[in-house]
Design a binder for this molecule. Structure first.
Ligand code: T4K
Length: 386
């Protein structure tokens, strides 16, 4: 067992001394939250960086999702993917909305537009796709369907910070997009999130909804929640933004090296480029195929024995959790591609501070287990590879 653990990710942080002046300002000002100066500065800075019109900051991505659905007054049924983090579907239940799961595309691993129409009913009001791993959905096909059936589109873009397609920010698509700035994300503010929206009126409604529905001291227009990002998180965001390009560049190098060194291993399949003009390399998912000597869970365990904590994002499927599995759309027959991918997926460690040596440790385990039993090194001898 190697001594230092390697996790699937590790938050990128600035030097502590760089943060202290921001803290001093907060201490001096005594404005800690409720849309303070750092909150406003970060909203503006993120609009500039991401190339979008309006951003409303949130305490986390889940509150942003819950509020986005309320902002557009979504009710009834919403079409979504089972292949995501559970917060995607939970945001629907929090709003009393019925999730309708639709299978994913085997290449993009995102909601398959070819299957959406068959799931639309008179109760359907919106589509909630996820740009899974920051890989773009088929935004044009989804919008075409939304236009025909008069549906709203809210993108769960929790993984898609900074991703661009040929026309610019991926976040400009749909009616709204939400982001997560959780510790595990490409851009983190410890906890945090945002809604990206195209017009000032919607942004104003979202701002009311994230502050209990208050418009002024005596006027409450909706049963809003407390979803505001605090000044400490916003200040950290301002500092993180100065370093995020370097962080994404380092992720890109790690991604390239994985591809170069894993490419030749039979049974290990890296996902191909998904066509984005600018990727963020938020995750490094691989598929463990039948011709690899270990099944996915065997490889996951083998890595753990070496103190390497890969993650099975996203297994189990959301539709397999108890609060969803009774839904007709949650039945396995309806979600065959998602079930298959979920059983083979493994996300390898990728984060800016991952060293070349640490990455090699990961690659060595994958390589070691791919060698047929007779020729395997002693360190792999106890692995049931055959
Ligand atoms: N939509 C999608 C598609 C999402 O993926 C998410 C969140 C959301 C919506 C909701 O956004 P938020 O409300 O979270 O802003 C993690 C994150 O908690 C979650 O934010 C994320 N998706 C999900 C994909 O991953 P876990 O349960 O895997 O986290 P955890 O604590 O096991 O962390 C993973 C590894 O990261 C750890 O093994 C070690 C490392 N780590 C983690 C934390 C929290 C650190 O080194 N330091 C840390 O502070 O869910």
């Amino acid at each position: 067992m190697s001594d230092k653990p390697i996790y699937v990710t590790q938050p990128h942080l600035p030097p502590l001394e760089d943060f202290l002046p921001y803290l001093q300002e907060i201490w001096d000002r005594r404005i800690l939250t409720n849309g303070g100066p750092f909150h406003q500065q970060l909203e503006k800075a993120l609009c500039d960086y991401l190339g979008v019109e309006h951003i409303a900051l949130f305490a986390n991505g889940t509150l942003a999702l819950v509020t986005a659905l309320q902002a557009l007054r979504i009710t009834g049924e919403v079409i979504t993917t089972p292949y995501s983090f559970v917060a995607t579907a939970h945001s629907l239940l929090w709003n009393g909305i019925k999730p309708v799961f639709v299978d994913i595309d085997p290449h993009s691993l995102n909601l398959d537009p070819r299957r959406i129409e068959a799931a639309i009913t008179p109760q359907t009001t919106a589509i909630l796709p996820v740009h899974c791993y920051g890989r773009p959905c088929d935004v044009e096909a989804i919008q075409r369907i939304a236009d025909i059936y008069n549906l709203k589109v809210i993108y769960d873009a929790a993984h898609a910070f900074g991703v661009e397609d040929a026309g610019g920010s991926l976040l400009r698509h749909g009616d709204l997009s939400i982001l997560s700035f959780h510790a595990t994300k490409v851009f983190n503010t410890f906890e945090g999130g945002a809604i990206v929206c195209p017009d000032a009126k919607t942004k104003q409604r979202i701002d009311h909804l994230k502050n209990f529905g208050f418009v002024d001291e005596v006027t409450v227009v909706a049963p809003g929640i407390n979803g505001k990002m605090s000044e400490i998180n916003a200040a950290l965001g301002l500092l993180q933004l100065q370093r995020v390009d370097g962080a994404i560049e380092r992720r890109r190098q790690i991604d390239r090296r994985y591809r170069a060194l894993l490419g030749g291993i039979p049974g290990i399949r890296c996902l191909p480029d998904s066509g984005e003009a600018l990727a963020n390399h938020a995750y490094f998912p691989i598929l463990v195929e039948d011709d690899y000597p270990l099944a996915r869970d065997g490889l996951y365990e083998r890595l753990r024995e070496e103190n390497i904590y890969s993650r099975r994002y996203f297994y189990p499927l959301i539709s397999d959790f108890p609060m969803y599995r009774g839904l007709p759309s949650a039945q396995r027959g309806n979600l065959a591609v998602a079930a298959e991918i979920s059983s083979r997926i493994l996300c390898l460690p990728i984060y800016p501070d991952l060293t070349d040596e640490q990455q090699l440790r990961v690659i060595d385990v994958l390589r070691g287990c791919s060698i047929p039993a007779r020729t395997r090194s002693p360190s792999c001898a106890n692995v049931p590879c055959a």
